[in-house]
Design a protein around this ligand. Sequence first.
Ligand code: FAD
Length: 299
Amino acid sequence: MNSPTAVSKAAVSQSGPSQADATPATAEAPQNLYRPLTVLRSEVLSPEMLRLTLQGEDLSPFDTLDNLHVRFYVPVDLSLPSEWPTADEEGRPQLTKTQGANNVTTRYYTIRRLDVARGEVDIDFVTHGHAGPASNFARAAKPGDRCAMSGPCGFSVKPADWYLLAGDETALPAIARLLDSLPSHCQGSVHIEVSRPGCEVVMPSHPGLPVQWHYRNSNLASSNSVADSPSAAHEESGLSDLPQALASIRFPEQPDSGFIWVAGEYELLRRCQAAALADRNWPKERLLGVPYWRRKADN
Ligand SMILES: Cc1cc2nc3c(=O)[nH]c(=O)nc-3n(C[C@H](O)[C@H](O)[C@H](O)COP(=O)(O)OP(=O)(O)OC[C@H]3O[C@@H](n4cnc5c(N)ncnc54)[C@H](O)[C@@H]3O)c2cc1C
């Protein structure tokens, strides 16, 4: 029989069935520090994304560009009381029951902005309409609601002069944070897939890394608001031209001076990598491709 500690560690390392499919090999936890958070405010970013600004204490260990992500803790069922983890002596999360049994589960998210002095962290959520606990929590969140995070985890880009950054809207917060931080001499391009025109999000402006948008449903009107119909932006899920766009990009002749970062839905990632890398002989150590989630047959 597992000791309580072993059970707790195992439980915390899981994140629910659908997320487990998409959990990247790269999202190991260099640190695993637990921080209770409360919702300060929410802001609609687009018809399919909203930002939660959360408040917590001692956020400085999360202020790193080497590990951009966290495990985000939310209630499984918003109508039931939750028994939240506590931190052990080393700050790691401890659950008293198997994850889920205490009405708390985790999903991976990206820290979009951190203000250590104010104790604030921004996380940008895709508000998909498929009844996921994290998306549900974000849509219903109001000031004072409780949640938590642990980490930081995941890897980032390697130093380079040329970057190709690409992904769907789940990758958008990481891409935005990278654009905030990459040196101004860097060149390259950024390619982001969203549902349809009108779902773009204001991105940081980088002098050498212009952003190009790609649409899964380029013929859909851009009228839905997240408040009126949170799932509307995801009702159609066509294919964008993102893989073809990546295939046509001119890569640097010296791969050591470049780095490719791609993240998002599993099949999209597979198609992007296949298209971008075909016949290029691009070294795998100059590439980070991470599946962030997986579309099911019914979505
Ligand atoms: C390292 C990492 C960083 C990530 N950062 C972010 C981030 O900053 N912002 C963000 O929004 N997501 C991010 N994701 C993706 C996010 O973790 C998943 O989308 C997660 O499944 C959402 O959890 P949920 O509880 O809402 O849905 P789940 O309970 O996991 O899934 C419920 C259903 O929703 C579907 N689904 C899940 N995600 C989506 C989606 N994006 N669009 C349409 N359908 C979906 C699933 O296929 C499933 O059918 C990240 C993932 C990883 C691995």
